[in-house]
Design a protein around this ligand. Structure first.
Ligand code: FAD
Length: 478
């Protein structure tokens, strides 16, 4: 009896739920990945860091599976990579290989759930089984419920229940290596197609300090374990190396969430506890998405649908392109475009700025992030945007509005981050770096920048924008 393991956002050969279950129960286990044209064709460009990240990670996975099989006494293995529609290719490949079942790790996004249903139907028609497993989160779906048996909609009580339920069982690694001799060899001539064969070109990924694949995830995590004790104090400062930078690896499963959570849980220090809380946010938003798939297009709190947002294409373009005149906002947006990453504090600042200063619908910003983030994750991104727009899961009152200048002075006091991404402000003195429009002509000349020519004047006045937002949101209360 043989099985096919279909890899998706779990590009690793260790601690892998579906792979473990397949190896334990079947004599021969094939591995496959599909570059799904349904996803690829919807990407904004044919030069996409995510495609390259996956592609590089697959090459490492292919080699790792081979080594794993040989170490266990098998004859070598690898991953079969296909390009086309997954809902057609997976049933076809399963039939061609003559497997009894396809095993995969569960996805919680509505489009993925619908695709998996189509795959399961295609397989069932050929008498082939389909099974999915929890792998990408610690607790999923209905595992954490209120005492009344309802899903949580507020984070803090969810986190408390999550932490209470956590024990060694939930973070235990799946010992894939123990059964790896059952991995099936790849057919002669099977190889990972080139990026160009997929219709994509190389990005600047190789120049970024973001190593890909399992080895990249391991290196970043190793580096972070030495800094985790300072996480609580350092995590809010974008110019400081305070966070883990593991989000893309968590997105593509080149690291195991169980390994990360187990480490933080065992460490138990204040920094590790704080970081574990971030991993709980990740589970929380996946749980919200699974229970409320309507959040993909609509406000979590339906009464916020009454808000009339502004259609302001020029302001939106200024935000996207990092030329709002607010240095921290612009630096953050430029970081997004040049690296595919944005620090969490800055995601909060720019999303608040778009929705509360520019009055633009959170869905526009969410889409822009979806197009550009290397770590783009529907659940976390939607949750983050709705939190910022005050339309989502948040215990705070509805009128929280970040002040972009105060945030800048607090979290990038010396303007180190700003100067890195907005070089035209490099010589602006610290006291003006957060609000350069306050410089007089002589000061501008001394700093080598003329406002309105070398760097934009602010596109909105924050105090006025704040008043407009309070009026805009009043409709929710009426
Ligand atoms: P660390 O601080 O080291 O955190 C570790 C991990 O915890 C992260 O990798 C991530 O998996 C998880 N995590 C941390 N914060 C959150 C959070 N608020 N919600 C859910 N998970 C979290 N995160 C994404 O992974 N993908 C997104 O598309 C995404 N979009 C966002 C949009 C907005 C508007 C906001 C405010 C936040 C968004 N986040 C998103 C959450 C957070 O900003 C990133 O996870 C974090 O910046 C990634 O950097 P890191 O891995 O160094 O984080």
């Amino acid at each position: 009896r043989s099985a096919l393991v279909w890899f998706r956002r779990d590009l690793r050969s260790h601690d892998h739920a579906a792979l473990y279950h397949a190896l334990r129960r079947f004599d021969r286990v094939h591995c496959a990945f599909v570059f799904d044209t349904e996803i690829l064709d919807a990407l904004p460009s044919r030069c996409d860091r995510r495609v390259e990240f996956i592609w590089r990670s697959l090459q490492e996975l292919d080699t790792a599976l081979d080594a794993l099989s040989r170490r266990a006494g098998g004859g070598g293995a690898g991953i079969v990579v296909r390009h086309g529609r997954a809902d057609a290719l997976i049933p076809a490949l399963a039939a061609q290989l003559g497997v009894t079942a396809v095993l995969t790790n569960r996805d919680y996004e509505p489009a993925a759930i619908a695709r998996d249903r189509r795959v399961a139907e295609g397989l069932a028609a050929a008498g082939i089984g389909f099974e999915d497993f929890k792998d990408q989160v610690i607790f999923e779906r209905d595992e954490i419920l209120t005492q009344g048996g309802q899903p949580y909609s507020v984070f803090t009580p969810y986190r408390n229940a999550w932490l209470k339920k956590l024990d060694g069982f939930y973070v235990q690694a799946y010992p894939v290596e123990r059964y790896a001799a059952q991995l099936a060899p790849k057919a002669h001539g099977e190889r990972v197609p080139g990026l160009d064969e997929l219709g994509f070109t190389a990005t600047n990924l190789a120049e970024l300090r973001l190593p890909t694949g399992m080895s990249g995830g391991r290196a970043l995590f190793g580096d972070f374990t030495g800094r985790i004790g300072r996480y609580r104090e350092a995590r809010d400062y974008p110019a400081v190396k305070g966070v883990s930078y593991l989000s893309a690896h968590l997105r593509f499963g080149t690291v195991s969430i169980r390994e990360l959570a187990a480490f933080a849980w065992a460490d138990g220090g204040a920094g590790a506890e704080c970081w574990l809380g971030e991993l709980v946010w990740r589970d929380f938003y996946h749980m919200i998405l699974w229970h409320h798939p309507r959040v993909v297009t609509g406000c979590f709190r339906p009464e916020y649908e009454r808000i009339a947002w502004d259609a302001a294409p020029e302001l939106f373009a200024a935000w996207c392109e990092g030329r709002t005149g607010y240095p921290l906002v612009d630096a953050a947006m430029r970081q997004l475009h040049s690296t595919g990453y944005m620090h969490n504090r800055l995601r909060m600042v720019v999303s608040s700025f778009l929705t509360k200063d520019l009055g633009i619908d959170w869905r526009c910003g969410e889409r822009h992030f979806a197009d550009h983030l290397l770590d783009y994750d529907l659940a976390a991104n939607n949750g983050g945007w709705q939190w910022a727009a005050s339309t989502g899961c948040d215990a705070q009152p509805y009128f929280r509005i970040f002040n972009p200048v105060t945030q800048s002075a607090r979290f990038d006091a010396e303007g180190r981050f700003i100067r890195r991404y907005v070089p035209e402000l490099a010589r602006v003195p610290d006291k003006h770096i957060h609000a350069p429009w306050k410089m007089g002509a002589a000061e501008q000349a001394a700093a080598g920048v003329r406002l309105g020519r070398d760097y934009p004047a602010p596109v909105v006045d924050h105090a006025l924008a704040r008043e407009r937002t309070l009026a805009r949101f009043a409709v929710v209360r009426s």
